[in-house]
Design a binder for this molecule. Structure first.
Ligand code: SIN
Length: 281
């Protein structure tokens, strides 16, 4: 039960706006515990009208675990834990995060969660969509669940971050460092169990998952394409309209997200910290 904070659900499948808390403050442990409880219940939680310095955003993130630094996107010079997700008004190319994904699933231990703070928002557009991966799993047929339960998928960062990857022509105002390391492959179960709730989730995404273990990409493509489409079906989603100072905190184990690219001509800048996660099982 939430005692100090109030949560209002924003959609049927996931997402809630939280009121009654200033994230810049040094919050008592019981309030942090309520925020964690809300995150587990709603998978993504939103806070409006926050005023956070980089230090305060880092301090808030650290209340939930160690922070993860991105392997291919440099953080701010004085705050390497924060990456600036920025698209300038004159950019017309693909935005960062503009495909359904969970963050950094190419890592052995992908982030547990990410906290995104809106610094500069366009007058319209630039919303972020989220999709509930518990529901994506639970709505599969029993036969499909049985088959996927024993399967392993291969994730790599080569699509966005290899030298010839998407960052070559996109994200010009972000500090992306491409590398051959992006070709390294990581194995994760296709169906993952949430370490805190014990519930099962679908755990593949279009940005990082390239094939099933012991199968070619061509062989994997039909089923992966089906799962990517299923995972982002609109009935599992919510949509967040950003306002200056808004914060989204998502459970990166349980949701996919997608940053919409519909604000060309306007600037959008967000600060993101990620909380270290554990190895999927
Ligand atoms: C991201 O994928 O982390 C960025 C999300 C956003 O900019 O809305």
């Amino acid at each position: 039960m939430l005692k100090t904070i109030q949560a209002s659900q924003i959609a049927g499948s996931l997402g809630a706006e939280i009121r009654g808390v200033s994230l810049a403050d040094e919050l008592p442990d019981d309030v942090i515990a309520e925020i964690r409880q809300a995150l587990l219940k709603y998978q993504v939680i939103f806070f409006r009208d926050q005023k956070l310095t980089p230090e305060q955003q880092i301090a808030f993130g650290k209340r939930f675990g160690d922070l993860d630094t991105h392997e291919f996107v440099l953080g701010m010079p004085d705050h390497p834990e924060i990456i600036r997700v920025v698209r300038e008004a004159d950019e017309t190319t693909l935005n960062f995060g503009g495909a359904w994904h969970a963050d950094v699933t190419h890592q052995e231990s992908p982030a547990m969660g990410s906290i995104l703070y809106a610094v500069d928002v366009p007058p319209y557009g630039g919303d972020t969509l989220f999709s509930n991966q518990y529901l994506a799993y639970e709505t599969l047929s029993e036969g499909m669940k049985r088959m996927l339960d024993g399967m392993t998928a291969i994730h790599t960062a080569r699509g966005p971050f290899a030298p010839e990857g998407r960052s070559k022509n996109n994200w010009k105002n972000m500090q992306v460092v491409t590398s051959e390391k992006a070709y390294e492959e990581m194995e994760h179960p296709v169906i993952r169990t949430h370490p805190e709730t014990g519930r099962k989730m679908l755990f593949v995404n279009k940005t990082f998952t390239v094939r099933f273990k012991d199968m070619t990409e061509q062989e994997s493509a039909p089923l992966l394409d089906y799962l990517f489409r299923h995972a982002s079906h609109e009935r599992f989603t919510c949509r967040f309209r950003w306002t200056p100072g808004a914060v989204a905190f998502w459970d990166n184990r349980a949701v996919l997200h997608y940053a919409l690219n519909d604000y060309t001509g306007y600037r959008r800048e967000m600060y993101r910290v990620a909380i270290a996660g554990d190895r999927p099982f």
